[in-house]
Design a protein around this ligand. Structure first.
Ligand code: MRU
Length: 351
């Protein structure tokens, strides 16, 4: 099972990224030929979504090696550390950069040059695609088992926020990958798509993917979750994560924390679905997560049209934290973490 949506292509030693800023009405590819263009594509959100940000960075490393076959190890590390700063919240970016620095350092110290490392990294990046697909499928199967054990045997109404599909992950989604898999197993009545102000990842990107998947969905405004859950119109919620602390606190798109609180109030199971590359075991809680603050104009204007009074200003935190106590379970490729405690999390992640 692989989504029809492909956010990234490697062809003729060049990286092509589907420009997510202009979806769903225009499908255009941005060409990326060096590490600096890769940095800007991540920062300017040509690509977005935690796993895809990390995956794109691996290709950034490949491009660096292609263009700088005589570089020193110090220059390699300096450029990768620059790439690391493209966006702060998704730990996947750091995770991949750290791995590439360790791997590159070992290679260069052993060989004294980069001969052969470019080919090795191209192969590694291609292998990652296969691994991501296997991992996302494992998460989807865990989620189906979990809901089968918890809910009535009928198609369900599930809710999601932001975009966590192939556009955010590569071959298949995390939370949206679960929903795709539930759909294949005839377990979806309807998907409630939270529009996800201000960047509109829900209304633009998740809806785009659900149309391609042929799954029934209604887009709702963020504020509708109390209405829907209060009327038993949501059986379960699935979201992604940009960084999960060792106690299970999970940062994700702004509004996710709010959703988790309402879900707990109405007893609606709330799941975070994320690969282990989204876990940050170096931090104790969500308080330590660096939340990206984005351009206020994303709020003040919609598609270039100023909505707010010219005199008004805005504040635009792009992520918030769902506290572990409000999360029913975290699903990663290694299984289900529930209840969400530090002990359970470390047991599953370190197995
Ligand atoms: O700002 P974005 O679009 O990169 O934010 C993305 C999200 O918040 C996703 O839910 C998260 O990265 C998980 S993607 C599987």
């Amino acid at each position: 099972m692989k989504s029809d949506v492909t956010p990234l292509k490697w062809d003729n030693e060049t990286l092509y990224l589907l420009d997510q800023r202009i979806l769903p009405h225009q499908e255009e590819w941005v060409t990326v030929t060096n590490v600096e263009e890769c940095f800007h594509a991540i920062r300017d959100m040509v690509v977005r979504g935690a796993p895809l940000i990390g995956f794109t960075a691996i290709w950034g490393v490949v491009l660096y090696l292609k263009n700088n076959s005589n570089a020193s190890l110090d220059s390699y590390i300096e450029r990768l550390n620059y790439l690391r700063t493209a966006r702060p919240t998704a730990v996947n970016l750091e995770f991949e950069i750290d791995k590439a620095i360790i791997r590159g350092s070992e290679f260069h110290k052993m060989n004294g040059n980069w001969n052969g490392f470019y080919d090795e990294m191209v192969q590694f990046a291609k292998d990652q695609m296969t691994k991501l697909l296997e991992d996302n499928l494992a998460m989807a199967k865990t989620a189906l088992d979990e809901l089968n054990g918890r809910l009535e045997d009928r198609p369900w109404n599930v809710m999601t926020i932001c975009n966590t599909g192939a556009l955010a992950c590569g071959p298949m989604g995390t939370a949206l990958g679960v929903i795709e898999y539930l759909g294949e197993n005839k377990k979806i009545e309807k998907v409630w798509v939270s529009e996800t102000r201000p960047y509109m990842q829900g209304i633009r990107l998740t809806a785009y993917e659900l149309v391609k998947l042929g799954l029934p969905h209604d887009i709702v405004v963020e504020g509708a979750s109390n209405y829907l859950m209060g009327r038993n119109m949501v059986d379960a919620i699935f979201t992604g994560a940009d960084r999960i602390a060792s106690n299970g606190d999970s940062a994700n798109k702004i509004g996710t924390g709010t959703l988790s609180i309402i879900a707990k109030y109405f007893n609606v199971p709330f799941y975070v679905v994320a690969p282990t590359s989204s876990f940050d075991l170096n931090i104790n809680s969500g308080d330590e997560i660096d939340i990206e603050l984005r351009d206020p104009n994303e709020i003040l204007s919609v598609q270039g049209i100023r909505i707010a009074p010219n005199e008004s200003t805005a504040f635009n935190p792009s992520f918030d934290v769902a506290l572990a106590e409000n999360i029913t379970g975290i699903i990663c490729e290694k299984g289900l973490i529930s209840p969400v405690t530090k002990e359970n999390l470390l047991r599953v992640v370190n197995q």
